[in-house]
Design a protein around this ligand. Structure first.
Ligand SMILES: [Mn+2]
Length: 318
C-alpha cells in the first residue's frame, strides 16, 4: 500500500515511518485517521481532521522525550518504553468515493493489530472508529469495548449515512468479534432517542451515566468489564469534562474528569491487554490557547501506554 501522509512531527519521541511495507512488528503503532463518512449537514472537511497533528504538536507538553519522571504512571517512561514505538503518519481522504478510504483505514489498522502492535488511533470524528472496529477481527479473540463519551452513538443511520460519528457503537454491536461494551459518561442530550437506549440495553451494553459515576465512583464500571477479554478503548473527547477538553463540537457540562479517567484506564491496562485505543472528536480551532484539550488527550494516551508497558515488564519478570 502507498505511504501515509507525513505528520507535522512524530508523536512524542516515536520513530516516524509512513511506508506500511516497513511497519514490521512495532510494539506500539500510532496512526492518524483524519476522515469518516460525512453527514450532509456538516462542513467538509471538518475541523476534527486537523486533530492528529494538533495533538502531535503538543508532544513536548505531553511527555517530552519520555525521559523525565512521570508522576501519573510513577516511573520514567523511558525505562519501560519498548524498542519500537512507531508513528505511522496520517491516512487522509482526498475526496471522491468514501468506500476505498474506509477499506484502506481498516486494512492498515488490521495490519498493525495482526503484527501485535498496541494501536493508538488519533481521529478525526467518531466515525473514524468504524473501520478500526472492522479491523478488530484481526485480533483473533473477541474484543470488549470501553467507550467514553457524552453521547451513546447508537444510531443505525443518520440521513441515510451509516458510518458517521453518531453510529460507531451501533456498528460495533453488529460485529461478532466484539464481545460486548461498557459505555461511560453519557449525559445531556445527543443523537440518541429512547429507542437507541433500549437497543443498547437489549444488546447488553453496560451504560453508566456521568452522574452515576460521579455519585458512586468507577467500581461498578470496572466490574462490568470482563477481566479476561482483550480491550479496545474509544474515547470521544466530549466524554471528558469541557473544562479539561473544551475543543469539541458538542460540549456538555458535568463530564468525566481527567483525575477519574486516568486512574481508571491505568487500572484496566495493569489488569488486562488493551489492544488499542482511539481518541476522537477534538476540534483544534476551538481549543484554549494553551491547547489543553490536545494535552489532556495526549496524557490519557501516555497513561494507557505507561501502564501497559509496566504490565508487560511484570509479565516478563514473572
Ligand atoms: Mn462519540
Amino acid at each position: 500500500m502507498s505511504a501515509t501522509a507525513a505528520p507535522v512531527r512524530p508523536f512524542l519521541s516515536f520513530e516516524l515511518e509512513t511506508d506500511p511495507a516497513r511497519w514490521q512488528a512495532p510494539e506500539v503503532a500510532l496512526l492518524g485517521i483524519t476522515h469518516s463518512e460525512p453527514y450532509a449537514h456538516d462542513p467538509w472537511p471538518n475541523d476534527q481532521t486537523h486533530a492528529p497533528d494538533a495533538i502531535r504538536a503538543q508532544s513536548a507538553q505531553i511527555s517530552d522525550g519520555l525521559a523525565h519522571w512521570d508522576f501519573d504512571v510513577g516511573t520514567d517512561l523511558g525505562a519501560l518504553a519498548p524498542p519500537r514505538c512507531l508513528d505511522c503518519g496520517n491516512l487522509v481522504w482526498q475526496g471522491g468515493a468514501y468506500e476505498p478510504y474506509l477499506a484502506r483505514a481498516g486494512a492498515l489498522a488490521a495490519q498493525l493489530l495482526r503484527s501485535g502492535a498496541q494501536l493508538v488511533v488519533l481521529g478525526g470524528d467518531h466515525g473514524v472508529t468504524i473501520p478500526v472496529l472492522d479491523a478488530l477481527q484481526a485480533v483473533g479473540t473477541p474484543v470488549y469495548l470501553v467507550h467514553v463519551d457524552a453521547h451513546l452513538d447508537w444510531r443505525a443511520e443518520v440521513g441515510g449515512v451509516r458510518r458517521g460519528y453518531s453510529s460507531p457503537l451501533y456498528w460495533a454491536s453488529q460485529r461478532p468479534w466484539v464481545r460486548g461494551m461498557t459505555q461511560l459518561g453519557m449525559r445531556g442530550t445527543g443523537s440518541a432517542r429512547k429507542g437507541e437506549l433500549q437497543a443498547a440495553r437489549a444488546y447488553g451494553s453496560k451504560v453508566f451515566t456521568a452522574q452515576q459515576l460521579h455519585e458512586a465512583g468507577f467500581g461498578a464500571a470496572l466490574a462490568s468489564i470482563p477481566a479476561d477479554a482483550p480491550l479496545y478503548v474509544t474515547i470521544d473527547a466530549d466524554g471528558i469534562d469541557p473544562t479539561e477538553a473544551p475543543a469539541v463540537m458538542a460540549p456538555v457540562p458535568g463530564g468525566l474528569r481527567f483525575a477519574q479517567l486516568a486512574p481508571f484506564l491505568r487500572t484496566l491496562a495493569y489488569r488486562q491487554r488493551i489492544v488499542g485505543l482511539d481518541i476522537v472528536e477534538i476540534a483544534p480551532a476551538l481549543d484554549a490557547r494553551n491547547a489543553i484539550t490536545c494535552i489532556t488527550a495526549g496524557r490519557l494516551i501516555v497513561n494507557v501506554l505507561g501502564a501497559s508497558w509496566a504490565r508487560a515488564a511484570l509479565t516478563r519478570e514473572a
